[in-house]
Each structure stands twice: as C-alpha cells, then as structure tokens.
Design a protein around this ligand. Sequence first.
Ligand SMILES: Cc1cc2nc3c(=O)[nH]c(=O)nc-3n(C[C@H](O)[C@H](O)[C@H](O)COP(=O)(O)OP(=O)(O)OC[C@H]3O[C@@H](n4cnc5c(N)ncnc54)[C@H](O)[C@@H]3O)c2cc1C
Length: 533
Amino acid sequence: MFEKDFLPERSGIFVGPKCCRTELLFSRPYEQPRNKERAPVFCLRSVQTIRRKLADASQAQKKEGDTHAMTNTVIATVEHTGRDRAIVMGGSIAGLAAARVLSDHFREVVLVERDQFGAVGEHRRGVPQGRHTHGLLAGGLRALEGFFPGLFEEARRAGGLEVNLTRDAYWCYEGGEYRRFASDLEGLLLSRPLLEGIIIRERVRRVPNVHVWDGCHVEGLISSSDNRRVTGIKIYGEKAARTVQANLVIDATGRGSNSPIWLEAMGYRKPKEDRIAVNTAYVTRHFLRTADDLNGASLASIPATPKNKHGGIILAQEGNRWVVTLSARSGERVPTDLRQFIEFARTLSAPYVYNVICRAQAIGEPQAARFPASVRRRYEHMSRFPEGFLVLGDAICSFNPVYGQGMTVAALGAVELDKVLRERPRNLAQKFFARAAKIVDAPWSMAAGNDLRMPDVPGKRTVVSRFLHWYLAKLNMAARCDMNAVIAFQKAQNLLAPPQSLLKPSLMARVLSAAISLRSIPRTSAKSAQQTA
Ligand SMILES: Cc1cc2nc3c(=O)[nH]c(=O)nc-3n(C[C@H](O)[C@H](O)[C@H](O)COP(=O)(O)OP(=O)(O)OC[C@H]3O[C@@H](n4cnc5c(N)ncnc54)[C@H](O)[C@@H]3O)c2cc1C
C-alpha cells in the first residue's frame, strides 16, 4: 500500500515544487514485502548533487549486479513525500487508530506507549478510565470497522455483545423512556480493555510496518534548530533514554497531553482552552448478569436531568457481567459501599438500574473517580504551529464521559487524518486541525448544550441555547412515542448525523405536535417499571 501511494508510476527524478531540501530514496520494488529492510536515505542540497549521487548509486548497484538498478529511484521533497517514519505517542484508542492510518502513508510507523501491554482484556495504568463503563457509539464502531475490517465479528467472538440500540436498550430522559423498536442502529457492548486488546493485539500488531514499543515513556519533542519543525521525540525506555527521528509525530497521549507545554517551550503559544466545569463524581461496580435481568435488554441509560443531579448507566459486558456507573454532579459524591451504592441507584429518575442491582450479585471492587471539566484545546485557532506535528483524540478534546463520545471522536479524527494525508497539503497541521475541529464541533455542541441545561453548571446561556434546551426537552418527550424522533436523536447521539439534523422542519413539527399531545402521558414510575423489568 505504501509503495503504491508513495512512489510515482514511472521511475526517474521527481522534484517537488518549491523544494528547499530534497531526499533521495532507493526504494524496494512494489512486490517486495514492505519494511523488511529500510531503504537508504540521503539528504541532499541541490539537483546537481542529486544527479551526482544518482550516478554514483547507479554505478554501485550495477557493480553489485542489482537488476532493479534505479528503476524505483525517487527523489522527492521532504514537504511532499518525506514519509519515511511516523511516530505515534500513546497507544490507546486514538493512537492505535492513528497508527493504522499512518501505516498506509509511511514506510514505518512507531507506536510508543508508556505502559507495558498485558494480556487481552487486562486493565492498564495509563487508561484508568478503562475500569469505568465504556460504550462505543455506532459512529465509532463504523469508523473502527473501516480501519480493521472484521473487528465487529472478532469482538463478538471474544464475548462482545451485539445490541440493537433502539430495541435492546432503555433510554430514559426527563423521567420518561424512549419508545423501543428494532432498527438498523447496531452497537457493540464489551469492556474497554477487551476492545483495546483486540485492536492492539490482533490488529495493529499484525500491520507489518507498525512497530509497537510499549514500556517507553515519551519525555519530549525534538525539533529543528529554528523550532519550525518537530523532527522526533525523546523517549525513556526499559534500558536507556534516546531520541528517535521522524517525519511526522502525532500526540495521542490523552487528556494529560504535554503538547501545550512543549509547544510553549519551542516558542509557540499554548492553544486556547474551552472548559465546561461539570464537576462530576462517579463510581463503577460490576455485577453478575442473568438472562432475564432488565427484561432481556442489554443497557439502560438514565442521565442526570436539570432537576436530578444523579445519573446512571448499566451495560451488559462479556463474561455475563453488568457494569454499572453511577454519577453525581456539582460536588456531590457517590458512595462506594455496596448497600449505599444500591440505595443511590434508587434516586435516579428511572428505576431500571436499581431493579437489576438490588437483586444481582456484586463482583470485584468499586472504582471511584472525578471528572472536573470537559476540555477542548483549540489547536485550529493557533496562527503558528510547527511542521511535522499533530495532536489527536483526548489530547485535543476530552468530553464529559456521560455521553460516551471520546473513543468515537478519536476514531473519526483518525479518518480525517487519513483524508488529509491523502491530499498531501503543504500546511498539513492547519488542514488537519480545521478538519478535526469540525469532527469535534458536533459532539462538543451536543454535550455542552446538554450540560448547560443543568442550572448548577457554570457557563454562558444565550437565547439560542435556551431555545435549544427547551427543544431538546420536547424532543425527549416526543421520542417516548415517535419512532422518527428516536431515530433522529440516536443518529445524532451516535455521531452518524450532525446535530443540526435534529432541527429539520419536518422533525420539529412532529416534535412539537407530539409534545403537545403527550403532556398527559405519565412518566415512567418506579412501580410500572418494576412490573416490567
Ligand atoms: C470515566 C470515563 C468514562 C468514559 N466512557 C466512555 C465511553 O463510554 N465511550 C467513549 O467513547 N469514551 C469514553 N470515555 C473517553 C475515552 O476513554 C477516551 O476518549 C478514549 O480513551 C480515547 O482517548 P485517547 O486515546 O485520546 O487517550 P487515552 O485513552 O487517555 O490514552 C492515552 C495513552 O497515552 C499514553 N501516554 C500518556 N503519556 C505518555 C507518554 N509520555 N509517553 C508514552 N505514552 C503516554 C497512556 O498510557 C495511554 O495509553 C470515558 C472517559 C472517562 C474518563
């Protein structure tokens, strides 16, 4: 794949426009397996020097009886085809998806991860959030399946559960629940370590030109003397510290990314940050699952509402388990003690979680954590940015986990990375960050929009946002009976359609008329749900 993308059809000299530095690369013929041996690379200063080196190389190859002599020789500018090695910092969802994409564009990809990867399905230190509920949205599933065909099947074989998102789930908003029916919106339920393990172990490691270096800590970037280009990274591994050169470095180190600090040290401004202080505490516990729990459904989501600061989600997982996360806003805490945890579930605005966990057997230890704020770093607004460097995933934007968007946005960001690399623009960073911002815009506006409905979450409310909050509440009401409203909402929530699709006049008309006629329909009562669950 690399050779086909990278090499011109015919042999000869190719000097890109405005080349200030040229690279001479003796490549392998197309048929040869990639990356068996790296091609020699010379950095040259002028076309004359290139010609001289070509002549020397040709003589040398002839002497050695190399029959391919010169047929695949390429001279390219670093700017346009300097794709010898890419480095990805961080081996979680964003890093793995990026490594897969880069493997199509670079001769060699090095994925550097601080943790040692253990067995498939094991938790690891660098992803503490992996111990909490993780749902993969349909948009993310489709994107990952695009990178790793057959992933869905593989995950199912490993114990992941296929779920019809509108039939097998209870979506409870504003105290009522969405109408349930079969649709083509399919999801996959499996624990975060299993998902990541399958992608790393089974897929990324199998890509021949990707090298996975786990147990290596990235300590910083290295750059050209004028700091205009990132040229590699400094790592600290098991044995020693060293530097590794690359044509492109991608930061996928998550929310705690050091890029703003590193950029500042290189003489750039830090990216501006948008923050929404949701100040949420959450606790996760696991329970054994039986087939008739939750009426045979596989998930129930009961988010907090403007009136009720408590939220909860229960998801079926591999190994006949339920994973349950309960959360509380604005500084309230969630108890870790089992009895109190179950009692807390009773305070949610629908009873589905409580009804399961009050009977199920708890397993393992509780995990508690806090999420202070959603953070979006506005790299797309930076007027200066070094070449050879990009940022992806949570390192750009980490969302309130309640909406389950992070992995999907990371995967969709990698899709944009692929598109931008194919276009080979001169200003890669500018182009990529503009595209990545578009990907983030939709989930950010949905999450921020809903968070700002909560009276205790600080932030500016405009007339438009107040109208949207009101409309969203009516949409939630309409979705109790209207299948079109359910599908429209689920498509937007699963990042399969833009949030603006919720404002189509035809849908708005349905929402308003349904909301009017539904005023009299009772909300889910604990009693009625207890009878069904
Ligand atoms: C409680 C909680 C629940 C969530 N639930 C969901 C959900 O249901 N659905 C969903 O889609 N998303 C969810 N998310 C978000 C999701 O976890 C992230 O969006 C997702 O992991 C993608 O992140 P990432 O790959 O960008 O970074 P991370 O997953 O944070 O990974 C960063 C990686 O970089 C490595 N690293 C860090 N520093 C260095 C260094 N210096 N050198 C080398 N390696 C380094 C780390 O070890 C780690 O492996 C949740 C988040 C939280 C906090």
